[in-house]
Design a protein around this ligand. Structure first.
Ligand code: B16
Ligand code: MG
Length: 225
């Protein structure tokens, strides 16, 4: 029997399962404005996929702003409070189009599924979407020490799924996430703008109309190269 092209999938959360990337951006911008500067949409790419603490350093750098440690802790709390205010209203209807159908297909075919997110709020958001049922493992920002592009989050998720990372497909919306997936030895599907995510093995705009057969077809083409 032919070996399966993949045995499991790891999904990033923000920007892949739900459009919370925009809420992270709005919350950072609110914080930046309090400090007297603005962050721009184009700065947002740098903030995707990395931890809250690392994001604050980048935001402060953009504003050319320095703060003592105690003030940084206050900023981290404020940003998270803003963010929680945005996400508290999330419901099952807020999942990005097609992603639930895709998860259902994987589950039906008995593929293993993990979450691999940098967010410390990931478990709460997955619960709000009623998606916990799809995951065999969840690795989030509370489980890892190192931010993407470090592969820790994906290595941990692969270990929990008990699958060789080479047999895992990671779905990511961030450049740093694609790098992290590759460093872990996984295949990476870039979800979003193919020009921004040009390092991905496969690119999709989103999950609307995307099926497991489409993934298998792309993986076969890659394997034949
Ligand atoms: P939190 P992901 C990441 O989630 C976001 O992309 C990133 O913008 C955010 O700063 C990070 O989570 C930490 O989130 O402040 O909720 O702990 O894309 O890896 O699912
Ligand atoms: Mg993301």
């Amino acid at each position: 029997m032919a070996k399966p092209l993949f045995e499991g999938c790891i999904f990033d959360l923000d920007g892949v399962i739900v459009d919370t990337a925009k809420y992270h951006f709005l919350s950072w911008n609110k914080l930046a404005r309090n400090l007297g500067f603005e962050i721009k949409e184009e700065d947002n790419e740098q903030l995707k996929g990395i931890s809250r603490v690392d994001s604050l350093e980048i935001v402060l750098k953009i504003g050319n702003y320095t703060l003592p440690q105690k003030e940084k802790l206050k900023c981290l709390k404020s940003k998270n409070d803003y963010y929680l205010e945005y996400v508290q209203k999330l419901t099952a209807k807020d999942a990005l189009p097609g992603v639930e159908e895709f998860l259902q297909e994987l589950k039906k075919e008995s593929y293993k599924i993990s979450l691999g997110s940098a967010s410390a709020n990931a478990r709460g958001i997955i619960d709000k979407l009623n998606f916990t049922q799809y995951f065999h493992a969840i690795v989030d920002g509370t489980d890892v020490q190192k931010s993407k592009p470090h592969p820790e989050v994906f290595l941990r998720a692969s270990a929990l799924l008990q699958i060789d990372p080479k047999k895992i497909v990671v779905f990511e919306d961030a450049q740093k996430g694609i790098k992290a997936a590759h460093s872990a030895g996984c295949l990476a599907v870039g979800v979003g703008d193919p020009e921004v995510l040009s390092e991905a093995d496969i690119n999709i705009k989103g999950f609307k109309g995307y099926s497991m057969n489409d993934l298998i077809r792309s993986l076969s083409e890659l394997a034949a190269k």
